[in-house]
Design a protein around this ligand. Sequence first.
Ligand code: NI
Length: 171
Amino acid sequence: MIRAILTYPNPELKKKSAPVVVINDAIRELVQDMADTMYHAPGIGLAAPQIGVHQRVIVIDVSAHEETPDLIVAINPVIVHAEGEAYEEEGCLSVPKYAANVRRHARVVVKGLDLAGNERTWRAEELLAIAFQHEIDHLDGILFVDHLSPLKRDLFQRRARRMAESNEGCP
Ligand code: NI
């Protein structure tokens, strides 16, 4: 089921998510909803708090331009190793109509559980490495705009306020 995506500055996006204790039907349904919502948007990643569920679950699929989907489901994901530097443009389904370059690690190793409850290790680079870092940030209440320099962040916040005000002015 496609769920509504919360957008900045909704305070729910700032909350820290709790680890998943047991992978039950509710978690399986959550993952299905997250995948449906991500593909529908469309986006390359989604974290549970973006649909208002504060559990440590992320979905990622960076194969957008290829024919076969390649869905990664990571439960309780943790970055256990990070190296190198990246500075790529990012966007977020929770921050519509805005993109900015963000400093990240170029390569990460992530450990977590898959939907079957198996321990998994993902070795990621390039876009996938950035997606893991971006989505795991969401689980800690961090948005990509939180990584901007104070000046850029100030400009972003002014722009967001202007957009909110102009939306209120429309019938
Ligand atoms: Ni995001």
